[in-house]
Design a protein around this ligand. Structure first.
Ligand code: GTP
Length: 422
């Protein structure tokens, strides 16, 4: 029997995802028509031995419980939200809830960062771990990055024969390895002994310093406090993959993730892609997901790589490409939406042009990092590349919005370019 844990952090995390995370917790932001972590849940369901899923974070229960209830209705597996009283770190939170995780003695459990998106190959990852279950405490799913990209991730040095991790450095200041940690793992239960030792030594330090340490004594980071010391002990392994994987840190990375999840639907869930009913309604250029309750004018042209949420209304002659249109947004006739995210309840008037500049990495490469240096000017000011409208924004007719971010509840009165409207 196996279990899975999805780490979702809390309201203080995911700040780079603003303004999209201002009205919805980031893990529940819809990508390709599903909340980000529903893709994790679906990946878990592909593992037949997996019997329970925990979502661990420090969001208030009120913000997550409805999602959990919906998932319970939709899928035939127990899913529970475990709320930390404060941020305990990526390993501290696992230790805090160790009794629930260990209950029923699972053979192992998956741990998945809630802010990654991927073609998760959990069955292969588990098989790899199982083959080494005598030695392995943790197996890390890993992928190749470029030298420059690798500095922003956890870097692994592997013994090529055994796949043992001999060295692990989180966000190194100089080049270590192009093999990086994907934030998806299999843990054996014996890892709790190691986390427990770290917990005890942090407690001792905390009390020795009379509680003057900056963090709570229970705060334990998986990457720095556990993986780094475990490397080279024969207990840490890596499973390199070439499937699509990426992080969802910035709002613009949602457009990239959207494209890839839509592409995955082609083989896994073709019924989720527009076709059938919608293709009779308007012209679709694949891949496109349109919620059944959206109303699209027959002369609109949608795609490629577009997701349209519930209750959206799209007028005559509208053209949308490489974009996400969230619930109940209205796009009036003859407008153009390109490389943009339109927030829920927002309205774009007639003959308007809402456009971002694509900054995505090459989607055909096995791994590509999202953060784009062009996002920042030399003086460090933010220079947005895709256009993002927060919720309930109103864009007047016959205006142009180029490479801009608009915070929620704004009524624009003129065209804007390279601006952030606060
Ligand atoms: P950054 O680039 O600084 O964001 O680091 P990172 O990519 O290594 O991410 P980080 O380790 O901060 O978070 C990885 C995942 O764990 C994310 O999905 C976070 O939301 C989640 N996470 C981070 N800290 C905590 C925590 O204290 N508790 C819980 N439950 N989740 C956390």
């Amino acid at each position: 029997m196996l279990k899975a844990v999805i780490l979702i952090g809390g309201p203080q995390k995911g700040t780079r995802f603003r303004p999209l995370s201002l009205d919805i917790p980031k893990p529940l932001f819809p990508v390709a028509g599903l909340p980000i972590i529903q893709h994790h849940i679906e990946a878990c369901l592909s593992v037949k031995e997996l019997k329970e899923i925990f979502i661990i974070g420090f969001y208030p229960v009120t913000q997550i419980q409805q999602f959990v209830n919906d998932m319970q209705l939709q899928y035939d597996i127990p899913i529970k939200y475990l709320q930390e009283f404060t941020a305990l770190g990526t390993a501290g939170c696992l230790f805090h809830f160790r009794d629930q995780i260990r209950l029923g003695s699972p053979d192992a459990f998956f741990v998945m960062n809630g802010d990654v998106c991927a073609d998760f190959c959990l069955n292969d990852l588990y098989q790899f771990h199982k083959d080494r279950s005598a030695e392995a405490f943790i197996t890390i799913m890993s992928t190749e990055a470029t030298k420059q990209q690798s500095l922003n991730y956890g870097c692994l040095v592997l013994d090529k024969k055994s796949n043992e991790v001999t060295h692990y450095v989180e966000k190194p200041s100089s080049y270590v390895s192009t093999l990086i940690n994907c934030g998806v793992y299999v843990f054996s239960l014996k890892i709790f002994n190691i986390i427990g030792e770290t917990f005890m030594s942090k407690q001792e330090d905390y009390y020795k310093s009379n509680g003057n340490g900056s963090k709570d004594a229970g705060y334990i980071q998986l990457e720095r406090d556990i993986l780094t010391p475990l490397a080279g002990t024969g207990k840490l392994f890596a499973f390199p993959v070439s499937n699509w994987w990426s992080q969802l840190k910035t709002a613009s990375s949602a457009i990239y993730a959207n494209r890839h999840y839509l592409e995955l639907y082609r083989t896994k869930y073709p019924e989720r892609l527009a076709g059938g009913r919608q293709s009779e309604q308007c012209k679709i250029i694949p891949d496109v997901h349109i919620d059944d309750s959206a109303q699209i004018h027959p002369t609109a042209v949608i795609g490629p790589n577009v997701s349209i949420g519930p209750g959206v209304i799209i007028g005559a002659g509208v053209r949308i490409r490489e974009s996400i249109i969230l619930d109940a947004a209205v796009i009036e006739e003859r407008s153009l939406i390109l490389h943009s995210i339109i927030g829920r309840n927002s309205k774009v008037g007639k003959w308007a042009r809402v456009e971002g500049t694509p900054c995505d990495p090459d989607p055909n490469k096995p791994f590509a990092k999202m953060e784009n240096p062009r996002l920042f000017n030399i003086d460090g000011r933010l220079n947005p590349s895709i256009t993002i409208l927060g919720c309930s924004v109103s864009v007047p007719s016959e205006t142009i919005l180029l490479n801009s971010i608009v915070l929620p509840n704004k009524e624009l009165s003129k065209s804007i370019k390279n601006e952030i409207i606060l």
